[in-house]
Design a protein. Sequence first.
Length: 239
Amino acid sequence: MLEFRNVSFSYEKERPVISDLSFKIEEGETVGLIGANGAGKSTVMKLFLGLLMPDSGSILVDGKELTKEVLSDVRKALGFVLQDSDDQMFMPTVIDDMMFAPLNYGMSREEAEAKADEVLEKLGLTELKNRYNHRISGGEKRMAAIATILAMEPKVILMDEPTAALDPYNRRMVINTIKELPQTKVITSHDLDMIMDTCSRVILLSKGRVAADGPAEEILKDKDLLEANRMELPLRYYM
């Protein structure tokens, strides 16, 4: 479903951010992409989306090698939930945002609204449909941002810090929603308890390389491994 093959990338010459990086994510997996600040997590996300192109190596999304020629098709397979929902929800109302991409992908207005209604009902967010984005809470906006991506019917969902700055109730609501989504998911976060709750597998990045790749519980319990890569155990293991 998603694959990096010996990918390298640098913003500046002689200072690689990603170095000969290889990994594969199978259809249906939920994978946590973790690492300290500067490990390369955000760059990996941008490379998947084609916002950046690799200096060397290849990236495959849904069996297609990522090139400028297939970029529009590849992006239809990917949904990206941004860390800051205000950067994502740019239309006046929730329904306007949910219909924006489907309409631009060729759906009729009736089809786009029907799909939006279906997603909102599934997530229990029907009451948000006609609400103004600037008048809903941070937790509601995060859930609405997820709904906006689901309305695009992506095969893969990329999430950047989906629980950041949420109170405990809204954090749990987002975690429960993530767990129920059937799509292939890649989640970057410093919230390792959330990663433990939602991901079966973890890829730990350090200096643009894979430092560890395996079952989430195995990696997230390894205090020595995490500390060697400037990270801490999930909070639950300190209790």
